[in-house]
Design a binder for this molecule. Structure first.
Ligand code: F0G
Length: 459
């Protein structure tokens, strides 16, 4: 018999207290943080939905693995286990450990990038884009049109636009395309999955023009869940087999293991081609560490090897995807405009629709982020014009295509009652919705401004 309630498929063995705060205290904390929740101290936050990255709770098995960590500089047993786990998952020959995803990005994209080069993606994540642009190359996003329509229901809104891909390759010239990067699930586009069919077509196009095809696979297990349940022909596959099939289409993969690796730190770069791998190996040794530890300690590598197994567990994935959907479905019922359908690791709120009175240059997303913190001590992140906005020559804001707020759910960390509380806080926000005012930026760096920018209430 199927029950309606999906229980967390784990028991809690260790707890971390949450410091309770008052509305008054939070007002002062937010002002001190210049209205940028990235600048809050974590103890000032009650429910931290800033990111699902590096925030997972590890299993007892992983903690046991930590004690087994082999800290040898070269040839550590823990590296062997991590290498085997990644090799068996990806089928890719050359695997390099890195301290997190962006380190792998820096190595690969700085080598392949540079002036005159173009990278194409369904959507580049912010660190991916920053690494590419920092090298002098350009990064072009071509999600399918459905992916840009928040309320539209489509099973694979993370898909890449194949026609645009082929046109771009022709227009730029295949030799100038440094790589095609498929981000699964598409984080910046709403945590939406990519279908196997789309990945296969991209692979075919890339082969036709001899362009390299990479997977940004940090949420590949979650993507596999959606394929099994939404794409015909995959019903009988295991989640791991689905992931393996997707990797087999590519020339390489970058993973931030801080997501579906179920660890607090780590990542890797995996490649098919020896020449490219040799070039990356040099950069790895210069900037991350020797090839058998990258930027990691032995215990980290041990935890990654175990996490990459655990994440494909059917009960875990069912709980994971359904519990994110639970929050999304409740918010939708209350009339909160969300990206639909609900993504894998997060619920994305369409802040532009939620606060229609706030113009984009007063950042409706940042406003919602601040309101969530003030009302309930919840930390979330803006994925809109603060994160992706640019200025034209006259200094006028070129806004992002959407103004989103992401509630990212850390893996195995919060229980259903924490989520019920989040839902209640939204009820409060609905009461003040019409009277809420926006923010302006008063200080910002050149790259990745959302991390450190300072804001002020606009009025
Ligand atoms: N690619 C994607 C799709 C990501 O979501 C991230 C990180 C990275 C690459 C970079 O990995 O943080 O290990 O260096 N995303 C986090 C987030 C930060 O909150 O979504 P990293």
């Amino acid at each position: 018999m199927e029950f309606k309630t999906i229980i967390e498929p784990f028991k809690i063995k260790m707890v971390e207290p949450i410091k309770m705060t008052t509305h008054e205290a939070r007002k002062a904390f937010l002002e001190q943080a210049h209205y940028n929740p990235f600048l809050l101290k974590s103890e000032q936050v009650m429910i931290d939905l800033l990111t699902d990255s590096g925030t997972s709770a590890m299993s007892s098995n992983q903690w046991a693995g930590i004690m087994m960590g082999d800290e040898s500089y070269a040839g550590a047993k823990s590296w062997e286990r991590m290498d085997v786990a990644i090799h068996s998952l990806t089928g890719l020959e050359y695997v390099f450990p890195t301290h997190q995803g962006r380190a792998a990005e820096r190595i690969l994209y700085s080598y392949l990038g540079g002036k005159g080069k173009t990278f194409i993606s369904n959507t580049h994540f912010d660190t991916t884009r920053a690494n590419i642009e920092f090298s002098g190359a350009e990064a072009i996003d071509i999600p399918i049109a459905e992916g840009l329509n928040p309320s539209l229901i489509h099973p694979f809104k993370g898909n890449m636009d194949l026609q645009k891909l082929e046109n771009l390759i022709k227009q730029k010239g295949a030799k100038n395309i440094a790589g095609v990067i498929l981000t699964v699930t598409n984080n910046s586009g709403g945590g939406q999955p990519v279908s196997m069919d789309n990945a296969k077509s991209i692979s075919r196009i890339c082969k036709k023009y001899k362009v390299r095809f990479f997977l940004d696979c940090c949420r590949i297990a979650e993507n596999s869940y959606f394929i099994k349940h939404r794409e015909r022909g995959f019903e009988k596959y295991t989640y791991k087999e689905i992931a393996q099939e997707m990797f087999s289409l590519t020339d390489g993969a970058i993973m931030s293991a801080k997501k579906d690796g179920l660890v607090n730190m780590g990542g890797f770069l995996a490649l098919k081609n020896k020449e490219l791998a040799d070039a990356c190996k040099n950069l790895l040794i210069i900037t991350e560490g020797f090839t058998t530890y990258g930027g990691l300690s032995g215990r980290d590598m041990e935890a990654i090897a175990i996490g990459l197994e655990e994440v494909f567990d059917a009960n875990y994935l069912h709980y994971r995807i359904r519990s994110t959907a639970y929050l999304g479905e409740k918010l939708t019922k209350m009339g909160i405009p969300l990206i639909m359908p609900i993504g894998g690791h997060a619920v994305y709120i369409d802040a532009k629709t939620f606060y229609p009175q706030i113009p984009v240059n007063q950042y409706p997303g940042q406003t919602l982020v601040c309101e969530l913190y003030l009302a309930g001590g919840i930390r979330s992140v803006e994925i809109g014009s603060v994160m992706f906005g640019k200025y034209d020559k006259k200094g006028v804001l070129i806004p992002a295509s959407m103004e989103l707020v992401r509630l990212a759910i850390p893996r195995r960390v919060y229980t259903q009652s924490h989520i019920e509380y989040v839902i209640e806080v939204f009820e409060k926000l609905l009461e003040n919705r019409k009277y809420t005012k926006g923010y302006k930026i008063i200080e910002e760096p050149e790259f990745l401004r959302h991390f450190t920018a300072h804001f002020m209430p606009a009025s």
